[in-house]
Each structure stands twice: as C-alpha cells, then as structure tokens.
Design a protein around this ligand. Structure first.
Ligand SMILES: [Zn+2]
Length: 446
C-alpha cells in the first residue's frame, strides 16, 4: 500500500473531535508559514486599550516605491518653481478656453484615456450615468474637452464621424447630453485685422474666438511666437469654416487657413482633409517628440498615477511623472526641441531641469546628479542635458520625468506624441494647388 493511502486510512479511523483538531492545527501551521509582516514600526505605544502607530518620515519612505520619491512628495504642474514663465499671449488665454484633444487608438477604453490625461474619474462615472454612449467609441473617433481651473471636465465632445457629435456639458452641477448632427452648409468666412496693442486683442476685435486664437498660436508655435514676435502694424487674414442653417451661423467654426504678415515675412497655415495643419508646401508644422529621455530602457519604478492614494492618510497624492530606476550618472536627453527655462536645485526635486517646447509642452527632469545646460539655452531633441542621480527627496537613484501638455501633467509613456510627417506624397500636388488659391484669396483681404 502506498504511503498516501496509509495516511488517509489512519485519519478515517480518528474520532470527529480528533479530526477537527488535526485540521485546525494544519491550517494554523499554514498561516504561520505563509504570514510574514511586511512592515514593522519602531514607535508602537500601547497606552489605553488601542495601539497607536506613530509614523516618522523614515517609516513613510519604507511604504513608498523604491527608486522613487516618498509618496507625500507632489510636484504640482502649475508650481512656478517648475514652470515656464507666462508670456503675453499665455496671460490672455483662459484655462477654460484651452481645448484638449485625443484620437481614440485601438483597444483604448474611456477609463484609459481619462487616466492618460489625469481627468477626474468621478466626472467619467457622472457622465456615463447620464448617457452610456461614451463607453463605446470607435477607433479613430476624436475627443475634445475643456476643463476649468480646478480640473473639472466642463465639456466633452465625441466626434463620432464627420457629421455626428455627442456632447456632454457641465452646468448647474450636473452633466447634460446632447447629440449634434451637422445638417447645415459649410461656408468660408474671412476675418481680417491689424495688430494695434497686442495680437490677442487685435484678433478678438477681428472676430476670432479665444479657442480659434489658441489653435492658431498652437499650430504656428514653431514658426512664429505670437507672444513675443507680433509687432504693431502686422496684418492678418483668417479663413474660418462655419456651418450655416437657413443663413444663420450655428458654430464659431474651424480655422481653415491663415496668412500672417510680419513685416516682409509671410507666415501661412492650412488645414488638410486629414485634420492636420501644414504650410503651403505641405510640410508639417509640428516638431516630433521622443518617448524616452534615456537611450537605455530602464525599469519603471513608479508609473504616472493621477489617482494614487497615500497609504496612511488615504488622501490623493498624484504621481505626475514616470520614474525610471536609472543608476546615478546615466545620460539624460531632451525629448524635444525647446528652451531651458529652469536649471536649478530644489529641496524636493534636487537638481532639476525644465524645458519649454513651443506653446503646448513642458518637460521636467528631476533628482539629477549633474546639470549640463543653462537657463535660456536652446535645445534640440536628443541633446544631452544632464546626468541622472538621487538628489532631493528620493528613495533611491532614479530619474523622474514629466510631460506637461497645455498646463496639465499627462502620462508621458502613453499619450500620442506629436509627429512631424509631411502630407502623403499622393496628395501633395493637389494640396499645393489648393493652398495657393486659398492663400491668394487671403492675400486679397489684407
Ligand atoms: Zn517620481
């Protein structure tokens, strides 16, 4: 007889109470073997009948991820210490006028999109409660949203196709859902102006909306700096595509083409049928961006997490960046073209560098051992800017890298990054012909 059978037979001969004792003892032994205290605290006092656990910041460090920051360390996206100073145009554009957008990628859920852009999850549940259709989006659908100062989602538009748009709007403390079908006729409208005091005010008096000014400044960010380079006497003409029903405009319209005359210099911008903007030659107006700030792929010791909870206080303590467990001395490279706006030491961030990339993006590189650039220095994508380290508040050598888009921290490992591809070769000659006609028409207006 096998050993196992012998054991089973012996157990069967035992009385009920003996069997129970045997099972209990086995279970207890298993629990003792598996259980292993994860954290031990030094300061445990047992006054009264309850236990009080006092945590020092050293204890909190043991609760945080290794090669990261202690969990209570938050770098706010709008902290002036870590930001680019606002220019003339930034000061005029209200947070609520900034339109954020995203094109749905394959396999992406609404929750993942909210996570990438750190949008409040409570807003997602609230709007799904009003209408569930936002949960089903086709690949390629365009999302557009606006947030208020506090980050609350105040409008979400889902462009399902060229004609149909679902709109969630926040007003009177709740979301409402509407569906808009484009039934009208699209007609071009020309707006012209001349810079008198500053570009923003002149564009507003010409009839452009803050959103249209934002689009224009953003699309031309690498060609022309409206905050600094716009001069008194500059002239401009803008073609806006507006939708009309029975002769009445029902939308503020989209920027279709721009001609801006800065002295003798002509700056042009044209929207193609693919939804992207190009110059007259069909070249992209974007600058490309790298995903990673290092050549080697290091382990991510702490991911971007806008909803992270402090393990002790339970308060939300977002991690606005991505931490790479890079050893001290690893070369750090700029992820895009830009200008260094900060290269300093900070008690929490250690040695850090902040780069402003055009109007839309800012990147931050923290806990560096050595900074290799200076404030005001122009940088190209891939330039070596620093060596990684373990300075400031840090639980081990790592690089904390952050990407800020339109003033909000986003997941640098997930969000689509700008591409700089030109118009498809097959469409280029047709585009150039049309572009010439459009810009000639604008030229007659200024
Ligand atoms: Zn970090």
């Amino acid at each position: 007889m096998k050993y196992k059978d012998v054991v089973v037979k012996r157990i069967n001969t035992l009385s009920k109470s003996h069997k129970f004792a045997l099972v209990s003892l086995s279970l207890f032994t298993c629990v003792i073997l598996i259980w292993e205290p994860t954290h031990s605290f030094d300061a445990v006092s047992t006054t009264d009948s309850r236990n009080e656990i006092k945590l020092s910041s050293d204890n909190l460090q043991t609760l945080a991820d290794q090669n990261s920051e202690p969990v209570e360390t938050i770098f706010e996206p709008d902290d002036p210490d870590f930001n680019a100073p606002k220019d003339e145009l930034d000061k005029h554009i209200d947070v609520q006028d900034i339109r954020h957008s995203h094109t749905v990628a394959s396999g992406e859920t609404l929750g993942e999109i909210f996570n990438q852009y750190a949008l409040p999850m409570s807003d997602m549940y609230a709007l799904l409660g009003v209408n569930k259709s936002a949960a089903n989006m086709r690949v390629g659908a365009d999302l557009e949203w606006q947030q208020n100062e506090a980050g609350k989602l105040i409008e979400l538009k889902i462009h399902r196709n060229i004609k149909d748009t679902d709109i969630y709007t926040w007003s009177d403390d709740r979301y409402t859902f509407t569906q808009q079908e484009e039934k009208g006729e699209i007609k071009p409208v020309f707006l012209t102006g001349r810079v008198t005091s500053n570009f923003y005010n002149s564009a507003r008096s010409a009839g452009l909306t803050p959103g249209q000014i934002q689009t224009l400044a953003k699309q031309l960010q690498w060609k022309f700096d409206f905050g600094k380079e716009a001069r008194k006497g500059d002239k401009f003409a803008v073609e806006i595509d507006k939708e009309f029903i029975d002769g009445k405009a029902i939308s503020s319209g989209e920027v279709k083409a721009v001609l801006y005359k800065n002295g003798n210099r002509d700056i042009t911008l044209l929207k193609h049928t693919d939804g992207h903007y190009y110059d007259m030659q069909g070249r992209s107006l974007n600058r490309a961006f790298d995903r990673y700030p290092t050549h080697k792929r290091f382990r991510i010791s702490s991911s971007f997490n806008p909803y992270r909870k402090h393990p002790v206080t339970g308060r939300t303590s977002p991690h606005n960046g991505t931490d790479f467990a890079a050893p001290v001395g690893t070369s750090v490279y700029a992820t895009g073209d830009g200008v260094v706006v900060r290269a300093l030491h900070h008690p929490l961030a250690g040695n850090y560098v902040v780069i402003k990339h055009g109007r839309e993006y800012v990147t931050r590189y923290l806990h560096l051992s050595k900074i290799l650039v200076k404030k005001g220095q122009k940088i190209s994508m891939g330039d070596k800017i620093a060596l990684s380290g373990n300075t400031g508040r840090s639980t081990g050598p790592h690089l904390h890298y952050e990407l800020i888009k339109n003033g909000r921290a986003v997941n640098a490992m997930k969000v689509p990054l700008p591409q700089a591809s030109p118009i498809k070769t097959s469409e280029r000659s047709h585009f150039k012909q049309q572009a010439k006609l459009t810009i000639d028409a604008l030229r007659e207006q200024v």
